[in-house]
Design a protein. Sequence first.
Length: 347
Amino acid sequence: MSRIVTWCKNGRDVALVQSLMPAVVAAVFAIGNPSFRIIPAFLAIIGVGAAHLAANILDDYFDYKADMLSDRDKVVRKGFRAMMVKYPYLTDGSQTLATTRKAIANFAIVALLCGGIIFAMRTLDQGFLTPGGSWWIIALTAVTAFLAYFYSAPPLKIAYHGLGELEIGLIFGPLLMTGVYYSACGSVDWSIAFISVPLGILVLNILFTHSFIDMEGDRECGKMTFALLLGSKKACLIASLIINTLPYIIIITAISLKILHPLYLLTLLAAGRSVWLCASLVKFYHGDPSVPAVPPRWLGPMMKDWNQVREAGIDWFLMRWMTARNIISTFCLMTMVTKIILTIIAK
């Protein structure tokens, strides 16, 4: 058990919010469907978490082989600010490339087992090649696995060509949520396709915030992020403002067009954090990366020992990154609350 906990931590379990929350939202949206089944819904969520951990460790594996941390160390010695906390379990010798490969395989096996059981259940219920058949699982899994593997793996190394953030938004938004929804109820509905777009944008926001405030480190180590692809901090700031406001615009527009119920305005409760993040990035753009000594509680959960974070010199990064993470958690929570209330009212 301790080994599992260790590898979950190595796999950055703190980032599981960006996959598990959209997965749970998709499962909640499926509850009102007559074909909803709790077991495949639960297995889909577990499978998503395992696949996410495998993908994170795989990213570390290929970055370590590319010696990216050594490049970042050179950035710091040049006087630039760069995020240095990366695959510490490999750099401190507590794990090897062999044990890392084993961990990736183990998490991948868990994900595949969950997917295999769901596939068998849905095939028995609906067949394979029918319009609502289990071929959906094969198709979505194949596309997602391809994108996840080549996120940092050669020869494509998508994350090194400025498209990593867009890819992750697609994976953790439309692809993930469509897959979980289908697993839970055996069909695909436009409602989940629509709600998955703003959630995918908010997942993208987590990575884009990372790449925006870590531009110098990524530039020096040769990792072409979306922020670097845009070319300037001014362009990144404009993009960040768009990314942080677009999910709310989509929700408000959908309500105006009567596609969504007005109760979905509850998602605007996450907007305060979005405003803080944008203001913080404007400050960063003008050359001031500092953040409050103590994270304001209304920004949501942060690291427990914040003094340790400050001493490590990464508070400027983590407060912004974790705020972006907390935006999506609140948005997802309000989406689920709204859907549950509307489902109860409909009965």
